[in-house]
Structures are given as C-alpha cells and as structure tokens.
Write a protein that binds this ligand. Structure first.
Ligand SMILES: [Fe+2]
Length: 266
C-alpha cells in the first residue's frame, strides 16, 4: 500500500470532522459540543502518533505501519455523531460508539480507495477497540492491529486524564467525568481485579475515583513492549498517582502496577 494512502485518509477524516463541526455550529450548547468534538479530533491524531511509534519500535512491515496508522485514525469515528446527538461519551446512555464507527466505515465512502482487506482490518479494529475482552475467534492478523489501536488509545487517554485532573479546578468538563459523583472512597472490588490482572467492567464504576482506578488497570491490559516503555518514559503512573486517594490500599496497588510496567518494559 502506498504511503500517500495516509494523506488521502487524513483528508477524508478531516473533511468528515469538519462537516460534523459545521452541523454542530447551529445547535444549542454548540460550544460544549464543539469543545468535545475537538477533544476527540486531537485525541485521534495523538493516537496515530503513538501507534506510529509502537509499529516502528515493534518492527512492523511498512504496509503494517500504514494499516496501524489508519486504524488509529478512524478508531473513534463514531464519537462525533455520538456527542452531537447525545452530548455524552457514555455508550450506555447513547450507543456503542465502536459499533457505530464500524457501520460508518463499512457503509460510507470514508475509506474508499483503500484495498478491501485493509478496509476489513480498519473496520474490524474500530469495532473491537473498546471491548472489555477481544473475542477468542478474532483472527491473529486483525488482532495485531486491534492490540496496537487499543494500546495507543489507552496511552493517550491516560495522558489526557493526567492533564485533565491537574487543570480540573479551572476547566471542568462534565463530559469527561461520565456523570460519576466525585465522592470519597472507591470500589475495593476494582483493586482486587487489578491484582488478579483481570479486565474490569465499567459497571463497577460508582464514583470518580473508580473511573481513575479503571484507567490505572488499563496499564495491565497493554500488549506491546513499546507501550509499557512509553508509560515508563512519560512517567504516566507517577503523574496519575497524584490524583488517586492517598490510602495504603491504593499506594500498594500502584506499586504493583509499577512493578508490572518495569517488568514488561525489559
Ligand atoms: Fe473509542
């Protein structure tokens, strides 16, 4: 596949987002909608950069590097309509944005010009990127790209929240807090699942601290060595920990995750 495929797809992605921003312009709450659409646009572009680095470091073929980039570019394509229609990023209060994105990719011409097999991978990876667990029957080739998309997505969301938590007092964005109450305490069941290295259902999220703990748990679900190295290099855990409750149970589980990252980065 040609490198200029990336330019073509970036252009059609940008045009798609531009159309959505334009339609949102005449709506009530347009500045709130616009702020959150731009947040997803910038997130998608950063996820491309992270996926690019992982695919380089993990010695993907040139073709696989391009596919990784395109999967990252389109993974959240469903978020724009989601926010415009429902003003939330909560799938449970709107629709599954990954399934919706899959439908856009297979039913519109947004990735027209990309070969059929690559379209299958981009659409499939978009569809599976937010699953708690990837279905066992997923073919290994698709899984390779789902994994890189999921890693890059998680790394950027962790970064986004490190920045958000630190500026939250000045710039609160209710859309990022998913209607969760900012109460004291946390769900110990999440901590137990972190030790068990299990993926965690969002249904266990009862308050804002639980959301942070689930984000912490994502680190255990990374796949590529370069992903762990990125977490280490960015000092993500050190920065993220500042915003978690200062309790022994939490400090200990952070050390556990830290040790896991150290081990997996070697
Ligand atoms: Fe997503």
């Amino acid at each position: 596949m040609l490198l200029n495929q990336i330019d073509i797809c970036r252009k059609s992605f940008a045009e798609y987002v531009e159309r959505k921003l334009h339609s949102a312009g005449s709506m009530q709450d347009h500045s709130f909608i616009r702020e959150n659409m731009l947040l997803k646009l910038h997130h998608s572009m950063r996820v491309c950069g992270i996926a690019k680095r992982i695919s380089n470091e993990e010695a993907f073929s040139d073709n696989e590097k391009i596919i990784s980039y395109l999967c990252a570019l389109f993974h959240d394509i469903g978020r724009f309509d989601q926010f415009m229609k429902f003003k939330t990023f909560l799938d449970s209060k709107s629709f599954n944005h990954a399934e919706y994105g899959y439908e856009i990719l297979v039913n519109t011409d947004i990735i027209e010009g990309v070969d059929v097999e690559t379209r299958r991978i981009i659409a499939g990876s978009t569809r599976l990127h937010n699953r708690q667990n990837i279905p066992d029957e997923t073919d290994p080739y698709l899984r390779r790209f789902v994994n890189i998309t999921r890693d890059a997505d998680k790394i950027d969301i962790l970064e986004l929240f490190c920045n958000y938590h630190s500026s939250r007092a000045k710039n609160k964005n209710d859309a990022l807090e998913l209607d969760l109450p900012d109460t004291v305490g946390f769900n110990s069941e999440i901590v137990e699942l972190i030790y068990a290295k299990k993926t965690i259902s969002n249904s266990l999220r009862k308050n804002y601290n639980d959301m942070k703990l689930i984000h912490l748990a994502w680190v255990l679900d990374l796949n590529y060595r370069e992903s762990f190295r990125t977490i280490k290099r960015r000092k993500t855990l050190e920065r993220f920990s500042e915003f978690l409750p200062k309790e022994a149970e939490i400090t200990e589980v952070i050390s556990f995750v830290h040790e896991y990252v150290r081990h997996k980065s070697e």
